[in-house]
Design a protein around this ligand. Sequence first.
Ligand code: FES
Ligand SMILES: [Fe+2]
Length: 375
Amino acid sequence: MMDDQPARPNADAETAFKASGGALLRDIWYVAMTAGELRAGKLHKRMYLGEPVVMGRNPDGSPFALRDICPHRAVPLSAGQLLDGSGGGQTVECPYHGWRFGTADGVCKHIPSLVEGQPFDLEKITVRRYAVAEQDDLIWIYMPSEPGAEPSGPPPRFERMVHHQGASEGRVKFVETAELACQMDHAVIGLLDPAHTPFVHKSPLWRSSKTLKEKEKHYAPSEMGFTMLSHEPVNSPLYTWVLGPGVKVEIQFLLPGLRAESITTERHSFLGLAAITPIRDDLCEIREIMYWNAPSLDLIRPFARPFTHTFLQQDARIMKLQGEGLSHDPPLMQIPDADTLMVWYRRLKREWIKAGAEGREFENPVKPATLRWRT
Ligand code: FES
Ligand SMILES: [Fe+2]
């Protein structure tokens, strides 16, 4: 199989990496937004994996997510309003005929046009509800393969890093978002790809494409992905200057598209979480979410926004350019070792889909490995 031999550039038709990308993963948690974005008292119109979703907060502050289509005649509920139910919980009122649905359960609570003698079982009218969770200052949404299917566990945590030494409470210190006009797989592969950095992300903070250096990184499988094992960063003096001595870096990748870079020192920690969420088949959202407990980073926060914005727009630009070529559905290549992470991603994805279809536990297909490249 091609995946086991990344050196072979030409795949047979069956295993070729399709320019159009693969299926979007289901039965898995996605980052919907940061907790701060989901303001109380407001309806938020969103789309995830091509499904229209209306989100908001219940009176107790907990998040809710419902299908953004009124079951009566399909008007988006997000165009309606939130109402405090008399006696019951909060409802969302459809702007067309005023039907009201409980935000906590999606069940119809009221149909204004009904008169006495028109018995109607409101309980039977429901809007699809999505499981949502608020964790580490993020709102997560579970996208099931079967409507109504519930998650078997909470969203992934990066507890060890976010709550490093108990000094941080998992509060998002900084977030920057960008849209990537591409299929999810290409966005994730772009995120994992070590070889594009000196060419796409030219920055005075790291090496340019003219002074590439050989790197060797050690990887191990994790529960739902793989981890670049803890090591001293190449730019150690810079990190030491900002965070103090004893700098260690660890980078985790987790399905469906989460990359968590943890930088820890003797006293401080930083977590940069890049989360890719598909809006539709041809559009994704990427969030760079940062947590830290180092006061020195509070000082440089004002500079983080333009820097991160530029960084994400560089990726957005290259994804758009790639889309030009991909629209012709060309065969694609992969080489050792710089493209191996992409091979692992595709292998993980295939196993996730297969395990789901066969109703069995996911078995991580990635094996421990040392990879080398020049970047
Ligand atoms: S379309 Fe929503 S109440 Fe009629
Ligand atoms: Fe990039």
